[in-house]
Design a protein around this ligand. Structure first.
Ligand SMILES: Cc1ncc(COP(=O)(O)O)c(C=O)c1O
Length: 387
């Protein structure tokens, strides 16, 4: 920790953050692009058997997309609006997939007309739309995930289907003239239990074999989605450990010749690159003898800290001041009681903390600016600067 403020924020990087942010009005987010580059290279080094499709929703800043495009990433796209941005940046459509299982017919057509030929689905209705609007395309069917208990931001139930239906959909895809390309899943974002991939992969393997033996359908690809961690307060394993365990699961099922493996990292690529800077607006107690202080600052759930919902993601926070501390309840600036960030989790801050002090929220590069509301209580969306 000697030469580091936090995991990948070296003292040198911290110096850049402080000098850049000095005159800027809060709240805002700073993205350190060299951290993203480092994370991308780390992922490639540890998972060389995977094709990376960056999940644009994690942070759609143009500079972030350009950087990842230059590094060779493909992109998992959730809407026509993300698509438009990528096309404007000159990213080739062959590097894009439409990964959202909930989509309008007209939007599928827009993707198809733009040249995208890889779609993910989990329902018959959507599959039939794809067959009509994007004839001859490759489809992947998404399995429902069971990793909800151990992921800090679960993605279960709303997405995916059970293996029985997944098999039926891939058979139907072939009948409808599509290419049954593979199976996808997402074990939940910030997944701390690596065995969640093992559970999902065993279902995938079953479907690969069943479809081959019973329907003469040979699938070519597994899309393992996201789930790899950023560095928050809750401990996780290194990417190296995730990679070696996942490779072991894959080798058990497929031996030396793996199918094409896609991953769609969002959080793990951009999370640690972000520092959100906020300012304290008010410090108060609720009674003469209250043991804790309420600290209200100018960025809350609607300003980008949405993943504090249910206190799911616990960001490391740096205060400018030092000295003895006590428990605080952290809240945002809007007129909504839901805009309380941490009440149960024991964040401690210096007793000398006062109005105008800055807080530096680390590892806030993913799912912050892209979540911030347009005008709730009149506040503008979170500003992003990319260094
Ligand atoms: C389809 C899909 N792929 C990838 C991701 C990125 O996941 P993560 O941020 O955990 O890497 C998401 C996140 O919501 C997703 O919905």
């Amino acid at each position: 920790m000697n030469n580091e403020i936090h995991e990948c924020i070296t003292k040198d990087r911290w110096g850049r953050v402080l000098s850049f942010s000095k005159d800027k009005e809060t709240p805002f987010q700073l993205i350190l692009s060299d951290v993203i580059e480092e994370k991308y290279k780390e992922l490639q080094k540890n998972l060389p058997f995977c094709d990376v499709f960056y999940a644009v929703k994690a942070n759609p800043a143009k500079e972030v997309l350009s950087l990842l495009s230059d590094l060779g990433s493909n992109f998992d796209v959730a809407s026509i609006y993300e698509l438009q941005r990528l096309l404007e940046l000159g990213v080739d459509p062959s590097r894009l997939s439409f990964g959202n299982t909930i989509k309008k017919y007209d939007h599928i057509k827009i993707f198809y007309d733009a040249g995208i030929r890889l779609f993910v689905t989990d329902s018959e209705c959507d599959l039939r739309n794809i067959a009509k609007a994007a004839p001859g395309s490759k489809v992947m069917v998404r399995l429902m995930s069971e990793g909800g208990q151990t992921a800090d931001w679960p993605l279960s139930r709303k997405f995916g289907c059970n293996p029985d239906l997944a098999g039926d959909l891939l058979v139907l895809a072939k009948k409808l003239g599509l290419i049954p390309y593979g199976i996808s899943f997402h074990v939940g974002s910030q997944q701390r239990d690596i065995t969640a991939w093992d559970t999902a992969l065993s279902k995938v393997n079953y479907l690969f074999s069943w479809l081959k033996e019973n329907e003469n359908i040979e699938l070519s690809c597994i899309n393992m989605g996201g789930g790899f961690p950023a560095t928050y307060l809750e401990k996780t394993h290194s990417i190296e450990t995730y990679a070696s365990e996942i490779l072991r699961y894959l080798r058990e099922d497929y031996g030396d010749v793996l199918p094409r493996i896609i991953i769609e990292p969002g959080r793990s690529l951009v999370g640690d690159s972000g520092i959100l800077v906020s300012e304290i607006v008010l410090v108060s107690r609720k009674s003469r003898t209250a043991l804790e202080r309420w600290v209200y600052q100018d960025c809350g759930k609607f300003g980008g800290l949405m993943e504090t919902l249910d206190e799911s993601i616990k960001y490391p926070i740096i205060c400018e001041r030092k000295g003895p501390t006590e428990k605080v309840i952290l809240a945002g600036p809007t007129c909504d009681s839901m805009d309380t960030l941490y009440e149960n989790y024991q964040y401690e801050m210096p007793l000398s903390l006062s109005v105008g002090d800055r807080l530096y929220w680390l590892s806030t590069g993913a799912y912050t600016s892209s979540y911030s509301a347009v005008e709730f209580n009149g506040f503008p969306p979170l500003r992003t600067y990319v260094l």
